[in-house]
Design a binder for this molecule. Structure first.
Ligand SMILES: Cc1ncc(COP(=O)(O)O)c(C=O)c1O
Length: 408
């Protein structure tokens, strides 16, 4: 039999999806499973996007230009310049999802063996994209005890070598929900300039900032136009994950031109998607206001419920729709499998993502789980009741209730 490539063997499987067979089995056994494991929002896609597809009229379902249709890029310019990005249609390349934006940017900017620094825990698929391109990920730890704030710049400097080419930040963050402050962004800017590094700014969750806090893009910082590459997607912004539509934004002409060559090799993003994406730009503010209100309420309920449980700690994140919580457990992978396989409360259980999959450092996150608050408040409440009951009987619980009470 012909052999699988070394690269194929090294390619990591998705840590978010690996528990799916246990969830499927739980459902076959008649249990209701609350899915907090994956960032597929239940929020409705804006009507304008759906109507644009319904009203579509064309004779040929054609390729589009590799950089995206001019009409869609014009709409994107309208959207981004309202945010203050100050870009033109010549700064955008439309991609099939944020995923392709990440992999094209990596291919355009880094060679095999080059290093990218990423604060961890981080979006697990960065590992997959890095593996595809033979890029080395250098993780630096952020910690739950300070809400997963940006690690000190000295920690970045410790891992910088002559192979370091880029930093990836995801802001607001998946999996932690952390929203970077102006000071943190300024510090990253100084670092990028000092060591001549790219900043890959994954802004998939830009719209989801809470408590009146504002999102700071590196696009707002002066003097680093050549360093910044924004990676974006409509997936979360418009709850349109199936549209597979994203983009790269950069004012660095060499990066844009090089990215376009990779974009040409895959021909184009979808035509229908770009029509829907153009309509999406006209989504009224009231849509986002309602969505943010809903997510804020879910976050508050989830974080409150978690922090009321014995031995559980969950920071209150400023954005996105995820939390990472610390549980009194010996092993998050074991626990997340056990709760699906062996536990139920009123015939219900919960699927969560073990945080270990979001760290590169071995052992990190062993007692943490990521939860996406993509379910209605009532379902979240039921899921939290299940979790609380599960923690009472989990055989790998780490400390007893008296100790927990004392530590609270
Ligand atoms: C941080 C982050 N970046 C990128 C993506 C990829 O998004 P897309 O659906 O546009 O490929 C995701 C998807 O969950 C994400 O969480």
């Amino acid at each position: 039999m012909p052999k699988i490539s070394q690269k194929g063997q090294r390619m990591p499987a998705s840590p978010i999806r690996k528990l799916t067979p246990y969830a499927d089995k739980a459902k076959v056994d008649g249990k209701k499973v609350y899915h907090l494991n994956i960032g597929q929002p239940d929020i409705e896609t804006p009507e304008g996007m759906i109507n644009a597809i319904k009203n579509i009229d064309f004779k040929v379902w054609a390729y589009t230009p590799s950089e995206g249709t001019l009409s869609y890029r014009k709409k994107l310019v309208e959207y981004y310049n309202k945010l203050g990005y100050n870009i033109t249609t010549e700064d955008i390349i439309v991609t099939t999802g944020g995923s392709e934006a990440i992999s094209i940017a990596m291919m355009a900017c880094l060679d095999a063996g080059d290093e990218v620094i990423i604060p961890e825990p981080f979006y697990a698929n960065y590992n997959g994209f890095a593996s595809q391109t033979d890029i080395v990920v250098k993780p630096i730890l952020s910690y739950i005890d300070n809400g997963f704030a940006l690690p000190p710049i000295s920690e970045f400097e410790k891992v910088i070598t002559n192979k370091t080419k880029a930093i990836i930040i995801c802001n607001p963050n998946n999996p932690t929900g952390y929203l970077y402050s102006q000071e943190e962004m300024d510090a990253l800017k100084e670092l990028a300039l000092k060591y001549d590094l790219y900043i890959f700014s994954d802004e998939a969750y830009r719209e989801f900032c809470y408590d009146g806090r504002t999102f700071i893009s590196p696009m707002y910082l002066d003097g680093i136009d050549e360093n910044v590459i924004v990676l974006d997607t409509v997936s979360k912004r418009y709850s349109a994950c199936g549209a597979r539509l994203g983009c790269i934004i950069t004012k660095n002409k060499a990066v844009w031109t090089t990215s376009l060559k990779f974009a040409q090799a895959r021909l184009s993003a979808g035509m229908v998607e770009q029509i829907a994406g153009s309509a999406a730009v006209d989504t009224p503010d009231s849509y986002f206001e309602a969505v943010n209100k809903e997510y804020t309420s879910r976050r508050n309920n989830l974080v409150n419920a978690l922090n009321k449980m014995d031995g559980v700690y969950c920071p209150n994140p400023g954005g996105a729709f995820y939390v990472v919580a610390k549980l009194p457990i010996d092993n998050a992978d074991k626990f997340c499998q056990w709760i699906l396989e062996e536990f139920s409360y009123n015939n219900q259980t919960v699927m969560m993502a073990p945080a270990t999959g979001f760290y590169s450092t071995t052992g990190a996150g062993y007692n943490e789980v990521r939860m996406a608050y993509v379910l209605k408040n009532e379902d979240l409440q039921n899921a939290m009741t299940c979790l609380e009951e599960a923690l009472k009987v989990y055989p790998g619980r780490t400390i007893d209730n008296e100790q927990l009470a004392a530590s609270k």
